[in-house]
Write a protein that binds this ligand. Structure first.
Ligand code: NAD
Length: 306
């Protein structure tokens, strides 16, 4: 089979080497397509692909239309909102992710972000320590659980909520369950956001939740920009000069936020949560193995579309 490794933002070289070895040893042909400009180029590259391994690359209906042999898309990472699942299902294309493979990288970044904001973005002004303070984990999945464990090890109190987990499961993961998202925001010095971007979660974090946070609170978002209601965030920051926001997914209104709120706001220039050598290798090799298994045995364990 012809497997296109389509990564506008390339994998680390070590990951590419490993991916190619796994695929080629199983008899597949690999085509490396990195640093491309946009959809038109991706469509041309995908024309003969049987499978695609991607990162944050957008696999739209138009890309699938241009790839008549396509049977499998593997998103090397957790979130898969960059793939049109409905179109894939209609066309009988299986879409998979590689859950858990880049979680540690993202969790480490979330912890770093809490410290960075507590220390005034590394300016000499008097900061705060994170030990002894509380962090609320919004969605206790692969990343959320790791953030919780690391935060606890640093002496923080860890609370969590997740609509798909029982209190018992949250306790087992080392956090104290709270009734709902409203209670999480009301009671935590930091909230670390780990919900996926879905129709239910898009723009779900807005003025009401953010402005309910305690004095001096910090909102940390390593999930997706879309889950924040940006106008609501701006209003809350305007009204509450003690609140701060840090994110790995730059908001649309970032320039305005920086102009108005200075070091109370920070966004990484380019999403970098999963951008470590380890995460690249873990997610990339998992994607390659899943591709081999799919064609060898029909395994669809990590399928995310219906
Ligand atoms: P995961 O699938 O392991 O966990 C997601 C959690 O969200 C699950 O526990 C699930 O129960 C919960 N959830 C699902 N739907 C929900 C809803 N409607 N409301 C509230 N909770 C809901 O995913 P993960 O690996 O922990 O990653 C979390 C998110 O972080 C991803 O969806 C992705 O968007 C983002 N992410 C960002 C980066 C980055 O580079 N910054 C890297 C990896 C993941």
């Amino acid at each position: 089979m012809k497997v296109l490794i389509a990564t506008q933002k390339p994998f680390a070289a070590q990951a590419v080497k490993g991916i190619r070895e796994i695929l080629e040893q199983a008899g597949h042909e690999t085509v490396l397509f990195e640093n491309y400009e946009g959809e038109a180029e991706l469509k041309a590259a995908a024309a003969e692909a049987d499978a695609m391994i991607i990162r944050s690359d957008k696999v739209t209906r138009a890309v699938m239309d241009a790839a008549p042999s396509l049977k499998l898309v593997v998103r090397a990472g957790a979130g898969y909102d960059n793939v049109d699942l409905e179109a894939a299902t209609e066309k009988g294309i299986v879409v998979m992710n590689t859950p858990g493979q880049n979680s540690n990288a993202v969790a480490e970044l979330a912890i770093a972000m809490m410290i960075y904001m507590s220390r005034g973005q590394f300016t000499p002004a008097t900061g705060r320590e994170i030990a002894g303070r509380s962090v609320g984990i919004q969605a206790f999945g692969n990343v959320g659980r790791l953030v919780g464990a690391k935060a606890a090890a640093l002496g923080m109190k860890v609370l969590a909520t997740d609509p798909f987990l029982s209190d018992e499961q949250i306790r087992k993961g080392g956090a104290e369950p709270v009734a709902d998202v409203a209670e999480l925001y009301r009671s935590c010095d930091f909230v670390s956001v780990h919900i996926p971007a879905t129709p239910e979660t898009i723009a779900s974090i807005g003025y009401e939740l953010i402005s309910s946070m305690p004095k001096g609170a910090v909102l940390v978002n390593t999930a997706r920009k879309e889950v924040i209601d940006e106008a609501g965030l701006e209003k809350a920051l305007e009204e509450r000069p003690d609140l701060k926001y840090i994110t790995d997914v730059m908001p649309g209104n970032y320039e305005t936020l920086r102009e108005n709120f200075g070091v109370r706001v920070f966004a990484t220039p380019k999403k970098m949560g999963a951008q470590t050598a380890e995460a690249n290798v873990n997610a990339g090799l998992a994607a390659a193995r899943q591709t081999v298994d799919f064609f060898a045995t029909g395994c669809t364990k990590f399928k995310v579309n219906k």
